[in-house]
Design a protein around this ligand. Structure first.
Ligand SMILES: NC(=O)c1ccc[n+]([C@@H]2O[C@H](COP(=O)([O-])OP(=O)(O)OC[C@H]3O[C@@H](n4cnc5c(N)ncnc54)[C@H](OP(=O)(O)O)[C@@H]3O)[C@@H](O)[C@H]2O)c1
Length: 261
């Protein structure tokens, strides 16, 4: 039987790495992308079947390269069935101290990089009358939180874009799963941008106590296979989505005091 092919961005660490291992373990052919090729080679070797894993370096800020990257990705295994948009960077800075170039960088990587790659592969999905976009958003794609202004904005923007894509392309059997993780124990806070544009370099307590990336990968695998439209993944912090929806006044009070740094 023909194997399914998944392309995962941000696969050099954290959630993307765990997802690459999970999909490889489940018999998928896997294309792994990020900037750090040494880390990608390490992930490839740690997968169940390294010969069925293709390392394709990709920088989400270099959108001019995407047409060629998509060609390379399709050529390697003959097709792409699923694109898991996972690459991204977080933020740890207040609005009043953050210069616009930091806001722009967050939008470039998390939003424009993601939608540019989507537009580059969309003709392939349309021509095959099939394709699935799985998009790692965040709980802060569902509500705003202190210290995350443009990070939250970039993730909210992904919901607007991909909800639209789902509605525009359902007749070509193109589907979308929005994945909203809470606190997952990765390097996300270490790599998060501070006001001067450098990485925070510290593990947040919330991340430290969060769900393991492997447990997150199990849940996102199940959501993608079932083609769920949206899923929240994490611990009790995921309840915040329900509180915001049904008790917005209470949510507003809680988020002002949330310990998110
Ligand atoms: N951990 C959490 O609690 C949490 C919660 C909600 C959402 N998320 C989201 O989950 C996704 C994965 O993050 P993570 O938690 O696994 O953190 P992570 O360990 O820092 O991983 C981030 C990944 O994104 C890649 N990346 C960053 N900038 C890139 C760029 N310009 N071009 C290409 N790839 C880039 C990194 O690879 P290179 O540095 O090698 O390029 C890395 O593989 C992100 O979208 C993040 O926003 C995480």
């Amino acid at each position: 039987m023909e194997k399914s092919v998944i392309w995962i961005t941000g696969a050099s660490s954290g959630i993307g790495e765990a997802a690459a291992k999970k999909f490889s373990n489940e018999g998928f052919q896997v294309i792994i992308s990020a900037r750090n090729t040494q880390a990608l080679e390490r992930v490839k070797s740690a997968c169940s079947l390294p010969s069925e894993v293709f390392v394709l370096r990709l920088d989400l800020e270099e959108i001019d390269t995407f047409e060629d990257k998509v060609k390379e990705a399709i050529a390697h295994f003959g097709k792409v069935d699923i694109l898991l948009h996972n690459g991204g960077i977080s933020q740890r800075s207040l609005i009043r101290e953050t210069p616009l170039d930091v806001d722009r960088k967050l939008m470039e990587v998390n939003f424009f990089g993601t939608i540019a790659l989507t537009k580059a592969i969309l003709p392939h999905f349309i021509s095959r009358n099939s394709g699935h976009f799985a998009v790692i958003s965040s709980l802060v794609g569902k509500f705003g939180s202190p210290f995350r202004s443009s990070y939250a904005a970039s993730k909210h923007a992904l919901h607007g874009f991909f909800d639209t894509l789902r509605a525009e392309h359902f007749q070509e059997n193109i589907t979308v799963t929005m994945i909203c993780p809470g606190f997952i124990r990765t390097n996300v806070s270490m790599n998060a941008l501070t006001a001067d544009g450098t990485a925070l370099g510290q593990m947040d307590e919330a991340q430290q106590k969060g769900m393991s990336p492997e447990a997150c990968a199990e849940e996102l695998f199940s959501a993608i296979i079932r083609k769920k439209e949206e899923v929240n993944i994490g611990g009790k912090e995921t309840l915040a989505v329900l509180v915001k929806r049904f008790f917005p006044g209470i949510f507003s009070k809680i988020i002002k005091k949330a310990k998110v740094r």
